[in-house]
Design a protein around this ligand. Structure first.
Ligand SMILES: [Zn+2]
Length: 173
């Protein structure tokens, strides 16, 4: 299994199957099993009795009814689409780019940092939740050195704006 992953937020409680209402509080338990990540979103009633085996991370959120995306989402879509593509890819060479994109989207408040945990092998995993859809993104921290950081940022900027590459312009974003 790969450690980088996206898990959707349920539209209702995983325990009692009742649909979440707008602004309803939920508790999320993210477990790491031999088969991969298992995410449960639970209502306040079901949460205390929920099984905690292999739970890696826990956070609370507030359910948001899906709404039409705001106009600025079109601009932000590039970094988000690219991150989704890279998280779905099993290629380990994308580790640095995944991390940079997640940090970029956190700065844009599109992703919320929910937790930082370590897996059984001691790798640090950053757990983000998408501000609108509630999906959780698990991104291993590649612990980039400062000199690697600039290189990766440049590479990501090129992926986001291929036209700039032709002009050989340093990108500002
Ligand atoms: Zn419930």
């Amino acid at each position: 299994m790969t450690e980088w992953d996206i898990q959707p937020r349920s539209s209702g409680c995983t325990g009692c199957r009742q649909a979440f209402a707008d602004k309803q509080a939920y508790h999320t338990l993210l477990a790491l099993t031999p088969e991969g990540y298992v995410r449960r979103d639970l209502c306040v009633t079901c949460f205390p009795a929920a099984e905690r085996t292999s739970v890696l991370s826990y956070w609370q959120g507030e359910f948001k009814m899906p709404a039409p995306p705001p106009p600025e989402a079109i601009q932000k879509e590039n970094a988000e689409t690219l991150l989704r593509k890279l998280v779905e890819s099993t290629d380990p060479s994308h580790a640095a780019a995944r991390y940079i994109l997640a940090v970029m989207l956190e700065r844009k408040k599109l992703l919320k940092h929910r937790d930082t945990v370590a897996d059984a092998a001691g790798n640090e995993l950053l757990i983000y939740e998408h501000a609108q859809s509630g999906e959780s993104f698990t991104v291993p921290d590649p612990h980039l050195r400062l000199d690697q950081l600039a290189e990766v940022q440049e590479h990501v900027a090129e992926l986001l704006a291929p036209s700039k590459k032709v002009e050989a312009q340093p990108s500002q974003s």
